[in-house]
Design a protein around this ligand. Structure first.
Ligand code: FMN
Length: 366
């Protein structure tokens, strides 16, 4: 029996067989028509990884408006719910737990996904990024500033997606409020220039997020809701740090102590921010003292640093992304100190089985 911190069961508000979570990852294998998870691909992929303490699925759109990439799954149609039911059933049969990540890309999209209409965003500010459309990469456009009606409709979409997620058999949901997508666009002053109650001070910039959270907890227990943030994201996904960014995340995370959520999931910086003004370099260390609930940390961890961050008391759970792509049996590899297989970035988003469900479990031959 291994006594590694990562492999210790977690029995607090969540009941997990170990502290190794699979991070949410878009893999672009959903059926082209209808953004539906498929039996031959999705079921196999997630079942192969069911020894994780908790799987968090790929970002899954809460509505048609929320789409920004081809072949990404959704959780707003009946067919999508039916597709996901097969995944959750099979993962549960293997003794796994699975949350679905609820996603709205906001301005990280393209009119090609919206019958020629502009994507929605807090303000009409182009992220100057690329959108991967059915016709290949295209430049993003200046989005439409969301009206109050658009905001209210999106709150309803998240609420509805939460209901659908439970119907589909998920153990819970994670709100994707990270990585430059819709909520992050509201939080950040460089993407939110609104002058109404959704812009300006941090209470206003976070209002939409809390409205969604409050709406969701009306329909599913809040112990089934996790949230994800990437506070030091900079120079990627259209986001630039400013002097209010970290205080805004501090404000959010302290306020979340008033809730009883499944967890708060934070990412360490995705790139070197040691010389970036207004960045926090060590996210877990910085935010752990501010939050009383279950804290999950991610980005760049391996077996050693994952064990250490838990032992040092900076996190309860560690999410692994890329290592789970190429090591379906990541937990067993940690348990036996087996080597970790490298992932192939060329097949992260390509269609079909290759680079998706063909990574083998460890054996002495591979
Ligand atoms: C192929 C790929 C797809 C990703 N898709 C998502 C996503 O849908 N939602 C999300 O919150 N993060 C997404 N991420 C970020 C990962 O969850 C994770 O934060 C990142 O890979 C860093 O963790 P790692 O070093 O353990 O891989 C993605 C990352 C990769 C490599």
């Amino acid at each position: 029996m291994s006594n590694q911190a990562l492999l210790t069961p977690f029995h607090k508000n969540l009941d997990l067989k170990n502290r190794v979570a699979m991070a949410p990852m878009t893999r672009s294998r959903a059926a082209n028509e209808g953004n539906i998870p498929t039996e031959d691909l999705h079921v196999t992929y997630y079942v192969q990884r069911a020894s994780a303490g908790l799987i968090i699925t790929e970002g899954s759109q809460v509505s048609k408006d929320a789409v920004g990439y081809i072949n990404t799954a959704g959780i707003y149609s009946k067919e999508q719910v039916e597709g996901w039911k097969k995944v959750t059933k099979a993962v549960h049969e293997k003794g796994g737990k699975i949350f679905i990540q609820l996603w709205h890309v906001g301005r990280m999209s393209h009119p090609d996904f919206h019958d020629g209409e502009l994507p929605l965003a807090p303000s009409a500010l182009n992220p100057n990024a690329k959108s991967y459309t059915p016709e290949g990469f295209k430049d993003t456009v200046t989005p439409k500033e969301m009206t109050i009606e658009d905001i209210k409709q999106t709150v309803k979409d998240f609420k509805n997606a939460a209901i659908n997620a439970i119907e589909a058999g998920f153990d819970g949901v994670e709100i994707h409020s990270s990585n430059g997508y819709l909520f992050h666009q509201f939080f950040n002053g460089t993407s939110n220039h609104r002058t109404d109650e959704y812009g300006g001070n941090m209470e206003n910039r976070t209002r939409f997020f809390f409205e969604v959270l409050d709406a969701m907890k009306e329909v599913i227990p809040q112990e089934k809701i996790g949230v994800r943030f990437n506070p030091s994201l900079n120079g990627m996904f259209g986001i630039t740090l400013d002097e209010e960014t970290i205080p805004t995340f501090e404000f959010i995370i302290k306020k979340l102590n008033d809730y009883d959520l499944a967890y708060v999931h934070l990412s360490e910086p995705f790139n070197d921010v040691s010389n970036v003004p207004f960045a926090v370099e060590h996210i877990a260390k910085h935010f752990r003292p501010l939050y009383n609930g279950t804290l999950m940390i991610n980005a760049g961890f391996d077996q050693e640093s994952g064990n250490k961050v838990i032992e040092e008391g900076y996190a309860d759970l560690v999410a692994f992304g890329k290592p789970f792509i190429s090591n379906p049996d990541l937990v067993e590899r940690f348990e036996h100190n087996y080597p970790i297989a490298e992932w192939d970035a060329d097949t992260f988003y390509t269609p079909g089985k290759e680079g998706y469900i063909d990574y083998p479990e460890y054996s002495e031959e591979n």
